[in-house]
Ligand binder design. Structure first.
Ligand SMILES: [Zn+2]
Length: 219
């Protein structure tokens, strides 16, 4: 999960308060979120849905509220449902600074930890991210949860390889390969950020590449 940006003007179709998933809403969310699910950071392509950050069931007044709508993959939307109304507000806080998403070698569980417990909703968000990354209990992932885990693990291992190459041979080519995987449209940036944090010198080298969507809260 990384911080999200949202176009300041709500799509016109929301004004009628009859539908929240008009074509203009879908297109605006897709552009704002670089085609990725705001929760798991998978590229959504065909499989996106529109999630109400605060659920329709518990916050009916926010049903057509532009600030409450996010692009989400069907995998995450189904698991979040209306049981996680109290997670962090993704446009307001630098999510990638609040959580670590660690895939320990040889360990099948993905470790989700809170780095900034002072942020409202952080612990509840950790619970949701844990659910998305590990299923109901680690090692007991269902078929779809396992597919997601394999996709995440593959991307993180690829990134770790590129990072190691760059660490051993800091050539411009190796640097460019790492930078490419840190572009905002690429999946799983928060997990990549967690890997970078393990090595402060590398984090410093890629500081510019790891400032995503921060202009709204800076200055
Ligand atoms: Zn997702």
């Amino acid at each position: 999960m990384i911080q999200q940006r949202k176009s300041p003007n709500a799509p016109a179709s929301l004004a009628g308060r009859r539908t929240w998933n008009g074509k203009d809403v879908q297109e605006a969310l897709y552009a704002d979120q670089d085609g990725k699910c705001y929760l798991c950071e998978s590229c959504t392509e065909q499989y996106y849905q529109i999630d109400h950050l605060r659920s329709r069931k518990n916050y009916p007044e926010k049903t057509y509220d532009w600030a409450n709508l996010f692009l989400c993959c069907s995998y995450c939307n189904g698991r979040k449902s209306d049981g996680f109304d109290d997670i962090v507000s993704p446009c307001d806080v630098p999510c990638e600074e609040i959580f670590d998403i660690d895939l320990k070698p040889g360990c099948k569980a993905v470790e989700i930890s809170v780095r900034r417990a002072d942020v409202p909703g952080a612990e509840r968000t950790r619970e949701l991210l844990h659910r998305l990354h590990n299923g109901k209990s680690a090692g007991m992932r269902d078929f779809r949860e396992n597919l997601f885990y394999k996709k995440l693990r593959g991307a993180v291992l690829d990134f770790a390889c590129c990072l190691k190459e760059y660490k051993n041979h800091g050539t411009p080519e190796n640097r460019a390969k790492v930078a490419e995987l840190l572009k905002i449209g690429k999946p799983f940036l928060a997990a990549k950020m967690s890997l970078l944090r393990d090595c402060p010198a590398l984090l410093e080298d890629f500081r510019q590449e790891t400032i995503w969507n921060r202009s709204q809260t800076e200055g």
